[in-house]
Design a protein around this ligand. Structure first.
Ligand code: LUZ
Ligand code: MOS
Length: 750
């Protein structure tokens, strides 16, 4: 089935926040933000800005009736700075004016003076100064120290992976307007409607029922709107609360780039111990996460780094520690993979290091250590229905890895100025929010009296196709055609207390709830049909808008049964709640069973570098992916290819840069390069690994949002292979992104 949004997307008719028809008296907001990364505010003078014709009011922390606090996990983040600022771009005030242009002009008229404080930009510096968001955490299995002592080979090294800008096409924004009796409705571009509702209520000091949040769809989220869509909506809510007028507030790209957090940069170190048989016996890693100036989701991201520290490998002795380091950058946040990619990059680096020293191929070490059934993860979960080896073998055989590799070797013999590199990259990603209490969702399904159906869930459509999957679930359970089902907007008054659409879990959690609601409705309608047709209820089924009796089509339609149900006063609405079974985690022991299941896969990447220029092309990426029993290959392959492209950006070209004063230098698309059609692989091939899927996945169709991003880690090592074959003196570095500039330096390194 095609994504149900394709028709309105290509016609430009899909609605986003900025497309909502505005009321005639709508006002516009612009943020006034800090122009120092760490400083005491010694004075602010708003008088000139306030005097500008068309400026309605400038809101600061003094206008907050409730709490000036928006921290989700740790209460360490004010909505508006009070006496001090902690990052460049930190909101200080919201200017509300008759037009956005006037508000922008007013911003330039605000006079502020600072007394500067020392700025911390890197995680290492923060750790040295004991500037931490929370105490470090360690996952431990076996006895790494003892194991290292007995290893044939032990290597140590350091790695860096940079942050990444989400660059959702639709920047952050909202439209808020007053309802009656002090209630406020906010249209928000958020992955987390409940977070917006809860935080707005807290800041305004009103009950949550006064705040209604509605999400039509997002022009991309990628984690950047899991937590960081909230402040803008809260600010608009605050203005509506005081002014009793609608306020529209959409960040322009410059403001968005400067003020919002990104993927966390990580400075890490590793120690890997192997035996002659290539088995990894011990692994130790220390991750320094650059959290920025407030916690945001950093502690959860850090936790996922530990969960994925050993990627798709079984290592019997592990010690992995993560520090969430507090720096003076915008608070870094969720980004597709959520700390997992950062963790996996480190063990892949350690393997590359070991392979070079031991004079074996990377893939030989990788293959020797892939997870097997019943292996234990360092966090205590026993690996079941493991697809690590099947995906590896499928990739190797289907894509004829040995032949590809020989082709690369042959090419490199024959060419001096171009070199090729090839890599294998297995992935293993845990599905569920690592925070067990978040793994639940609800659905509200109405069957209208004409037989058409409306489905509301907590799922936010952000281009990933979740609405299409929800529609498929409803349609298949009820046995009706797709055009009878409509996916409603995501709204906190219809589906309350939602977890954000995140963690690759949205289709599973919400799909299971839709399935439960539709099953209940179907059983009620089956009873109606049975009495209508005077047969036993067990004989009834629904297919293609018709009632079937013992598998034979009857003359009775779906519509007829629904209208009969109305006459008999049978409830045609159902609300269902789903919570993932089995999962648990004990943070005091750092052991448990946090994931419903894991998603596996293996990618083969080939690159060609131009050894005169340092430029390169990703020739082809071939992936054997564990879709389970995919319910929609078009949507799922779209996620695989999109995730891969986004990961390639992170690994090769996207270079976030802050100066020593904590000012973002890569603050526009002229200074921050994202992948375009020319940097995408020339050829992408995806095959499904033959598996049955998992019962905790919706219709056994496994989660697909985040895992494929990590295939792109293979690109880094393919480039590294190519560099090595040109320059045998190149000393391996693990410093992502591997930009053409760094490639050039590596090619001519002595
Ligand atoms: N968000 C979150 C996530 O709150 N918890 C998670 O475990 C997670 N994982 C991936 C992406 N977003
Ligand atoms: Mo996410 S990184 O699943 O919001």
């Amino acid at each position: 089935m095609k994504n149900i949004d394709t028709y309105t997307h290509v016609r430009g008719e899909s609605l986003y926040v900025d497309d909502i028809i505005t009321r005639h008296d709508t006002l516009y907001g612009v943020v006034f933000d800090a122009s120092k990364a760490h400083a005491v505010i010694t004075s602010i003078d708003y008088s000139k800005a306030e005097a500008l014709n068309g400026v309605v009011k400038i809101f600061t922390h003094q206008d907050i009736p409730g709490e000036n606090q928006i921290g989700g996990i740790i209460a360490d983040e004010p909505l508006f700075a009070e006496k001090e600022v902690h990052f460049w771009g930190q909101p200080i005030a919201l200017i509300v004016a008759e037009t956005e242009l006037i508000a922008r002009k007013a911003r330039k008229l605000i006079e502020i003076a600072y007394e500067e404080l020392p700025v911390i930009v890197t995680a290492r510096e923060a750790k040295e100064k004991a500037s931490l968001i929370s105490p470090p955490r360690t996952f431990k299995m076996g006895d790494a120290d003892r194991a290292f002592a007995a290893c044939d080979f032990v290597y140590e090294g350091e790695t860096f992976s940079n942050g990444q800008e989400h660059l959702y096409l639709e920047s952050q924004g909202c439209y808020a307007f007053p309802l009656e009796n002090g209630a406020i409705k906010i249209f928000s571009s958020t992955q987390g409607p409940t977070a917006v509702q809860r935080t707005t209520a807290k800041v305004l000091g009103v009950p949550m029922h006064k705040i209604e949040v509605e999400v039509i769809r997002l022009g991309g989220g990628f984690g950047g709107k899991e937590d960081q869509a909230t402040p803008w909506s809260v600010m608009a809510g605050l203005a509506v609360h005081h002014l009793k007028k609608p306020v529209k507030f959409i960040l322009n790209r410059h403001d968005d780039l400067r003020m919002t957090g990104k993927r966390h940069p990580y400075e890490s170190s590793y120690k890997i111990g192997l035996n002659k048989d290539l088995k990894i016996v011990a692994y130790e890693a220390e991750f320094l996460q650059n959290a920025g100036a407030a916690a945001d989701l950093s502690t959860a991201v850090a936790e996922r780094t530990l969960f994925h520290a050993t990627n798709s490998y079984f290592v019997p002795n592990v010690m992995a520690t993560v520090y969430s380091c507090k720096t003076n950058l915008p608070p870094n946040t969720a980004f597709r993979g959520f700390g997992g990619p950062q963790g996996m990059f480190v063990i892949e680096s350690a393997i590359a290091h070991a392979a070079r020293e031991m004079q074996v191929r990377r893939d030989e070490i990788q293959q020797a250590n892939l997870l097997n059934e019943n292996d234990e993860f360092p966090y205590g979960q026993i690996a079941r229905q493991v697809i690590a080896r099947p995906s590896w073998t499928t990739a190797k055989e289907k894509f004829n890895f040995e032949k590809l590799r020989e082709g690369v070797v042959d090419f490199n013999h024959k060419n001096d100025h171009f070199k090729k590199g090839i890599s294998m990259m297995p992935i293993c990603f845990g599905i569920s929010f690592t925070n067990t209490p978040m793994n639940h969702a609800r659905a509200l399904v109405h069957i209208y009296q004409d037989g058409s159906v409306g489905v509301s869930t907590a799922a936010v459509e952000m281009g990933q196709g979740v609405n299409t999957k929800m529609l498929q679930v409803a349609q298949e359970v009820l046995g009706i055609s797709a055009n009878k089902v409509k996916l409603e907007t995501t709204n906190t008054t219809r589906v309350a207390n939602t977890s954000p659409s995140a963690a690759s879990s949205t289709a599973d959690l919400n799909g299971k709830a839709v399935e439960m609601a539709c099953k209940s409705l179907k059983s009620r309608l089956s009873a109606v049909a049975a009495s209508l047709l005077k047969v036993d209820i067990t004989a009834i089924s629904f297919h293609g808008d018709s009632v079937y009796v013992n598998g034979e089509k009857s003359g009775t339609s779906w519509e007829k049964v629904v209208s009969q149900a109305m006459l008999e006063r049978v409830a045609l609405s159902e609300n269902a709640h789903y919570a993932t079974p089995e999962i648990h985690f004990d943070k005091s022991k750092e052991k448990g069973h946090p994931f419903a299941y894991h998603v596996y896969g293996t990618a083969i990447t080939t690159v060609t570098i131009d050894c005169i220029r340092g430029t390169y092309e990703v020739e082809e990426v071939k992936m054997a992916h564990d879709f389970g029993a995919s319910m929609n290959m078009a949507v799922d392959v779209g996620q695989v290819e999109g995730g891969l492209a986004q990961g390639i950006g992170w690994m090769t070209m996207e270079e976030i840069s802050y100066n020593k004063e904590g000012r973002l230098l890569s603050n526009a698309l002229s200074t921050y390069k994202v992948p375009d059609i020319f940097s995408a692989p020339k050829k992408i091939e995806t095959v499904a690994v033959a598996t049955d899927g998992h019962e905790h996945a919706i219709k056994k169709s496994k989660a697909v949002g985040e895992p494929p991003l990590m295939y792109a880690i293979g690109t880094y090592f393919a480039i590294q292979e190519a560099v090595k074959s040109f320059n045998p003196n190149y000393h391996l570095k693990y410093d992502a992104p591997f930009t053409p500039e760094k490639v050039l330096m590596a090619l001519y390194e002595k």
